[in-house]
Each structure stands twice: as C-alpha cells, then as structure tokens.
Design a protein around this ligand. Sequence first.
Ligand SMILES: Cc1cc2nc3c(=O)[nH]c(=O)nc-3n(C[C@H](O)[C@H](O)[C@H](O)COP(=O)(O)OP(=O)(O)OC[C@H]3O[C@@H](n4cnc5c(N)ncnc54)[C@H](O)[C@@H]3O)c2cc1C
Length: 455
Amino acid sequence: MEYPGFLEEHLTTQVAGDYDVVVVGGGASGAVAAIAAARNGANTLLLERGACLGGTATASLVAQWVAFFLGDTQVVRGIPEELTRRVCGKGGSDGFHRYVMGEAAGTPFPLKVFPFNPEIVKIVLDEAAADAGVDVRFHNFFARPVMEGSRVGGVVTESVDGRRAFRAAAVVDASGDAAVCAAAGVRCDGESMAERHERQPCTLSFRLSNVDVARFRTVPSAERRRLVLGGLERGELYWESISFVSTPSGYDAICLMSRIRGVDALSNAELSRAEVTGRQQVQSIVRFLNREIPGFEKAILAGLAERVGVRETRRIQGDYCLTEDDIMNGTAFEDSIALGAGPMDVHSPGSTGIRLYAPPKPFEIPLRTLLPAGVEGMLASGRNLCTTREANAGTRHMATCMAIGQAVGTLAAIAAASGRTPRAVPVSELQRALARDGALVRRADVERRDAAPAG
Ligand SMILES: Cc1cc2nc3c(=O)[nH]c(=O)nc-3n(C[C@H](O)[C@H](O)[C@H](O)COP(=O)(O)OP(=O)(O)OC[C@H]3O[C@@H](n4cnc5c(N)ncnc54)[C@H](O)[C@@H]3O)c2cc1C
C-alpha cells in the first residue's frame, strides 16, 4: 500500500503525574496487576482505553474465567480467587461449573469454569481497584512510551484531556497486543505478513434474553451436532458450536458463536470491518437459534459486545520463550511465578474447527517470559507474554492471565520501592511475596496441598 507521505509533528506534552507503577490495559491481567501493585505499597495508575475493567471478559462478553482448575486440582488462588468470591457475593455467579468445550464440534473437552454476569464483574473490579487505592483512568489510549535510553520511564496517552505524559518507576504492558512493548522497540512475534493473515478468528459475542436454558440442556449432544452441521451447511452458522454461557438466572445466554476469519487485529481498518461482519453474523445466528434450537424459540437479542474478541496478535520476545513441549511435558522452572492449566485450544484460521490439547499436569510459567528483551523498567502481563503460537493457546485463559498479573504487579511494586529494575529483583524475593499473598507459584505448591490431610 502506498502512503501519501509523512507529517512531521513537534509535540510538547504536559506531564500529568508521577507514579511508582503504571499499568496499561485493564483486562484480566492488568486489573489484577494494578491491584497487586497497589496492595504492595506502590502508587499505581491503571490506564484503560475502554469504559470498564475486565477487558475481553466484560467489554467483549467472554463471560467465563477458565484455567482456575486442571481437572479437580486448583492451580490459581490469590487475588483471582478472591475476585471469584467477591463476584459470587454480589450475585454475579453461583460458582464453578463443569462445562464441555467443543461438544458440538465432536471434540468434547470437560472443563471446570467460572461463568459470571459481566456487568457484576465490572462493578467488582471497580471496587477491588478502589479498595486497593489504584488510580483508574478510563477512556485513556496509550500513545507511546517515554524512553530514557533503553529504559521505559513512563507513557504518553491520549484522552479527552488531550495528550498527557505519566512518569513511572515501572511500567506494565497488559494491553493484550503488546502495544507498549512494540512501541518501545521490543521485538515481537506475530507481526510478519504471513502471521498477520493466519490469525485465529475473532468473535463478536452477544447476549440473548428469554432463553429456556434448562430445556436446551435436555437436547442430546448428537442432536445438537446434527442441528449445528445443518446450520453450517446452509451458511447460517460460522463454526461448529453452540457455545454459550448462562448467567445464574438461567434465562440469559451469552453466546460466543460468531467467527470472523482473516482479521488482523493490528489493522484498524480490518478491526472495523470485523465489527460490522460480526454484527451481520449475529443476525443470522439468532434467526437460526430461534427457528432450530429447543429453548431458544423466544430468545431476544439483548446486547452485543462493545467490541469484537481478539484471540491473538503480538507476543513479545522475552528472556525465555515458553513452548508447547514445556506445557505438555510440565517443564519445571526455577523462576516459576504462576501456574497454567490450559487447555491449548487453537481455533483453525481457515476452517470451522478447533484443536484441543490437554496438559497432563499444571504447567509452570517462568518470570523470564514476562521480561521483554532489550528494555528495562517494563514487564509484560497476560496474553502478550513470550511463547510460541501453540503455547499461547494454553496460557491465554483468563485465570492464567490473572495469576500472571498478580506476579507482575507484585514485582513492579517491589522494583519501584527498592529503586531496582524488575529484571534486577531476585525471583526468590518475588516468589516469597506471592506465597505470602496466597498465590500458587510452583507445581510443588499444588502437590503439597493435594497431599495435605483434609480438615
Ligand atoms: C472469543 C474469545 C473467547 C475466549 N474464551 C475464553 C474463555 O471462555 N475463558 C477464558 O478464560 N479465556 C477465554 N479467551 C481468552 C481470554 O479472553 C484472553 O486471552 C484474555 O482476556 C487476555 O487477557 P489480557 O488481560 O491479557 O487482555 P485483555 O482481556 O484483552 O485486556 C487488555 C486490555 O487492554 C486495553 N488496551 C489495549 N490497548 C490499549 C491501549 N492502547 N491503551 C489503553 N488500553 C488498552 C483493552 O481495552 C483491554 O481492556 C477467549 C478469547 C476470545 C477472543
């Protein structure tokens, strides 16, 4: 594509604040990172381009946290577990449920998940951040990092106030897209032209009201599959799934059934197209559900996600790259700071299918995957950590992102308080702080709990 040229700008930007820790992105990982940093004594600013915390869980209506459990073994505790209790306390969920992923696709995969009402999650996260003393600024778009040589010393944002700079001793990139890392010159994977056109599909989720969920649950899975294949053949459905999350009332269904292929979510034009295509797909899906699926006859479209859900964009290059072999073999890492449970679910870019792999045991996530190569003063958190593409499908679940967030926020606070860079803090210091705060850091923590006598 030919660009018409460049415009040279000379900007004088007002410095609007000095913080210990600035977190960019208030999704699953960023919200928890900010809460952890503030609880560990850091003066913390959380910048979010949208109007709520929760990220994909709330703004994109992906209303179930996966990967707290592997089978019946709990692998994530600490702040994320506390949030599940707070959500239940407000009636936003009735706790963990068993769920079968990929049922209609003929690849059933049982999981223990935490479904929730995303509107309650927004409120819980507001309150948890306020209780911790986090300064949350919505409608704030990260524009560029403030660089001091190879050290990140803050960020510049755009908001209704105009362009503003915020200085920080430590910056956390929890944007999902590694937006801060990429702008700071960190090399990232997932940016080549080939990868940009081979992305896993995006999904625009939607909420239906007036659904008889109990009636739908009585439909045998073979019958569901037959109906779905018919819908696919007629071009009314877009992938092999009737995937929905039900809220505690049992009369709403939050559906993850659209599938928008060939979208590079690092292109504004393509993202814009994806939103429109998503809304077109939703119309067709709702018509199909009303006509064909028991329990959905009287369903009404009650809401569309504020923005399309994006499964993959950039992954940073860090001090270590976690691989699918690490996940499947359960590689032990001295610098493990969180545990993942998977599964690795890779949505095929070019077809309607999904590939699922289950790690046999909880896997360890080393701190080095979160330390962006070549820069200081910055940490990555959540989906954009350093992994292979396949491994990312196992680490991107929200409970894992939240566990990573707790580790990253805690480390950022320790670094800021002691005048060290995050990389200079011995990992044992972080591991001790995380254990004190109830997080599970290494597989041995889980095995010890499993072995402990009940009571
Ligand atoms: C369709 C779909 C279904 C999924 N299903 C599940 C599931 O059932 N369960 C599960 O656990 N996981 C699921 N996932 C994966 C999971 O939702 C994500 O991997 C996870 O949310 C990543 O968390 P994060 O905090 O890294 O990023 P996000 O949740 O994406 O949060 C990133 C935040 O950063 C903000 N941001 C980005 N750029 C900027 C900027 N320039 N300035 C300011 N703010 C910015 C965004 O607005 C957002 O709030 C699914 C994902 C998709 C897309």
